[in-house]
Design a binder for this molecule. Structure first.
Ligand SMILES: NC(=O)n1nc(-c2ccco2)nc1N
Length: 323
């Protein structure tokens, strides 16, 4: 009936807005109890009118039947790996190579991003709806893990707001926060099940489940950090502006991301984040620096090892520090 479907649409819109505030803005609009009440109300109405359920409803996050296997996905825009540097000298070389290529009269800002130690993911949205999720694989071919990414609450099933392209591929890192990792291993030990060595393995392993009901029980989160395929629309001309736009469309971006004016700013950011590393609620294995201006990215292009306009500044592995 029309009145029911209107009530469902309104209820879904309210719940989606609460999810956006909680997961993308990290700024809840209602207490958890109120959110849970709204979800129970939506589930009750959908139980009475199953024909009114649609895949974008916030109740439709956990698939029923396990898959037989994983489909392969071809990445239309290859998912790149990044070249690494391990100290300030090598970072200054990275900066010098760019300056030589662009000319010393072309200043360029850099975006500093914590390098989350999880599993890279590609999310394809068509007309604002999540169509498929895929692992990075070898950068050209990945596995279809749509059933599992749908269980991750910080991944929107439908984009918020408007003005997004007809097709947009959002890329990011799925990770398991340290607290969730420790609790998962505690439960595993209590049940004589296998424990995970580190949060990266736990996140990658959770995404490779054929049964989404297991993935749904895992404390996984996602931060987005770049865009792949875009069709039928355009994006801002700067990387950081794109990330802010993605946040408006419902994605979480990392709160520690900063834009700096030059490589000196990168060195300062490095010391800041390294000092903060052990107190972050998630594992990082370094920092990713990216030239902000997309036209300069275009001009710089790629080498076989990856983009000339981005670099990963790796931190020493944490256990090395504790020795
Ligand atoms: N892992 C991580 O946090 N990454 N990875 C990239 C990346 C990989 C290729 C282009 O950008 N950026 C960030 N923040």
């Amino acid at each position: 009936p029309a009145a029911i479907s209107q009530q469902l649409d309104e209820l879904r819109a309210v719940i989606n807005q609460h999810n956006y505030r909680y997961y993308a803005m990290d700024d809840p609009s209602v207490p958890d109890a109120e959110y849970d009440r709204l979800m129970r109300q939506l589930q009750a109405i959908e139980a009475d009118y199953p024909e009114a359920v649609n895949p974008e409803s916030p109740t439709q996050r956990v698939g029923a039947e396990p898959l037989e296997g994983f489909q392969q996905i071809q990445h239309e825009v290859p998912m790149l790996s990044l070249d690494n540097v391990f100290n300030s000298e090598e970072l200054l070389d990275f900066d010098r190579r760019i300056t030589e290529r662009l000319g010393s009269d072309t200043p360029f800002r850099l975006v500093c991003e914590p390098k989350l130690d999880g599993a890279a993911v590609s999310l394809l949205y068509r007309h604002g709806k999540l169509e498929r999720g895929a692992t990075r694989g070898d950068g050209a071919v990945g596995e279809d893990i749509t059933h599992n990414v749908r269980t991750i609450k910080s991944i929107p099933l439908r984009l918020m707001g408007e003005g997004y392209p007809d097709v947009i591929e959002v890329r990011g890192e799925i990770y398991m926060p340290k607290k969730g990792f420790d609790e998962l291993n505690e439960r595993a030990r209590a049940n004589d099940e296998k424990t995970f060595v580190n949060p990266r393995n736990a996140a990658a392993g959770s995404l490779r489940m054929l049964d989404a009901r297991i993935t749904a029980e895992r404390p996984l989160e996602m931060c987005c950090y770049s865009v792949g395929l875009v069709e039928g629309g355009d994006l801002p001309a700067g990387h950081y502006a794109i990330l802010e736009q993605l946040q408006q469309w419902g994605f979480r971006i990392n709160s520690e991301m900063r834009v700096v004016d030059n490589v000196q700013g990168c060195l300062e950011y490095h010391d800041y984040l390294l000092a903060k590393r052990s107190s972050l609620p998630y594992d990082i294995d370094g920092i990713v620096y990216k030239v902000d201006d997309l036209e300069l990215q275009q001009e710089l292009g790629f080498t076989a090892k990856g983009p000339r306009w981005a670099i990963a500044h790796k931190f020493p592995a944490e256990e090395e520090i504790t020795k």
